[in-house]
Write a protein that binds this ligand. Sequence first.
Ligand SMILES: [Zn+2]
Ligand SMILES: [Zn+2]
Length: 158
Amino acid sequence: MQCPDDRTELKAVSAGYESCVRCQGAVFTEPAFAAKWPDIREMLQPEHDQDSGAWARPRACPNCQKVMEPLRIQKMLAWIDFCSACNLLWVERADVPVLDGRLKQRIRDQKMAAVPQEDREALASALVEADTSHRKTVQNMGRAHKLLGGMKKIIWPF
Ligand SMILES: [Zn+2]
Ligand SMILES: [Zn+2]
């Protein structure tokens, strides 16, 4: 397969994953995409707004040459191109950090959801109190810090 943007012959990175050495764009099969960005595929929705930037420069599928369909990454101004005939996704270099960011956020959300409700409420009220009560600020910030310290490695693993 060739890069749809600069016609460079794509190089295999791993099974179902080939990349362009020139522009760093890459083509993925659905399983290869799911292996690199687990559960992110469901965040990609077809872009129906023809006036959006996604349709400005249609990209041809590197396999069948048909025009690929832009899939929007949530509400972000970033799109992944998809060929439903070949089940291939084209990821531009600029979209890699966007997908990586979505994946990190998703992992944080999952870990936060695993924190007991009681601890989350205690943290929230400690922060509110620390913010509103000047007299108790030092004491409450100490409490919030203690709670945050315990949650830090859960919420910010990177
Ligand atoms: Zn290229
Ligand atoms: Zn195709």
